[in-house]
Design a protein around this ligand. Structure first.
Ligand code: 4FN
Length: 221
């Protein structure tokens, strides 16, 4: 799967090129391209923003800078263009799985007060938000999307984990324990030491349901 990211801060994406996603990109399972939109400024001071028509605070990203950066992306005829925006529908696990079926995503990250509406109308296929809070830019949301979607791309994870995890049944996870058997006087639940696979599965299922009811009843609806 290919991700092209249109951003003013490509260096913010260094962390996702490490660890699991870094390995997937070395193995050519994922491909990342970061396009610095500032490279497409026509201004001698490399300006990418201007004052808003109608007045008001802040600056707006100039449409032709964004459009020229977008136009520079090769072989994008099958790409879906996503604008990370507080105006989008909130990302959830169903949308993550749907997006993981795409071959090519172009992620557009806004800054300042946002982007001139005309270029958005021209190039954006879908707006997605990661939640309701104020941010300084779309880069962290883009990274959240890349991280969550990439896990579902064949070959990125060592199998099992994707399918067995709690979110595939929509519930929270049961509690986990590792050695030692006693920690500060607290024992690991007996059933987990029993080796009785059926009882363990039943206990975990019950715990998942109990914890979800208690902490996130909204997930059961
Ligand atoms: N944010 C709100 C209302 C009005 C503006 C904002 C806001 C970054 C370019 C957008 C924010 C949150 C989740 C992108 C927020 C997201 C952004 C996101 C984002 C600079 C303009 C801006 C009512 C949500 C609090 C700044 C609410 N998911 N504007 O944050 O890009 O993707």
């Amino acid at each position: 799967m290919r991700f092209d990211v249109l951003t003013l801060f490509p260096e913010m994406f260094e962390p996702i090129q490490q660890s699991i996603l870094g390995r997937a990109s070395k193995n050519h399972i994922l491909e990342f391209n970061f396009i610095n939109m500032r490279d497409y400024s026509k201004n001698k001071h490399l300006k990418v923003d201007d004052t808003p028509y109608g007045g008001g605070a802040g600056m707006v990203m100039i449409p032709d800078v964004v459009y020229d950066a977008y136009s520079s992306i090769p072989n994008k005829e099958n790409a879906k263009v996503i604008y990370l925006s507080p105006q989008g529908k909130q990302l959830n696990q169903a949308k993550v799985q749907e997006l993981s079926e795409e071959e090519h995503l172009i992620l557009l990250c806004g800054h300042y007060e946002g982007i001139d509406q005309r270029v958005l109308d021209e190039i954006v296929n879908e707006e997605i938000s990661i939640g309701d809070y104020v941010l300084t830019g779309g880069e962290l949301p883009a990274m959240v999307l890349i991280d969550s979607v990439s896990r579902y791309v064949e070959g990125v994870l060592k199998e099992e984990s994707t399918k067995e995890e709690s979110f595939s049944n929509g519930l929270l996870e049961y509690p986990q324990y590792t050695r030692p058997e006693v920690f500060r006087g607290k024992k690991v639940p007996e059933v987990l030491l029993s080796g009785h696979h059926e009882n363990i599965q039943k206990w975990r299922q019950e715990k998942s349901l109990e914890i979800t009811k208690l902490k996130r009843p909204d997930l059961l609806k």
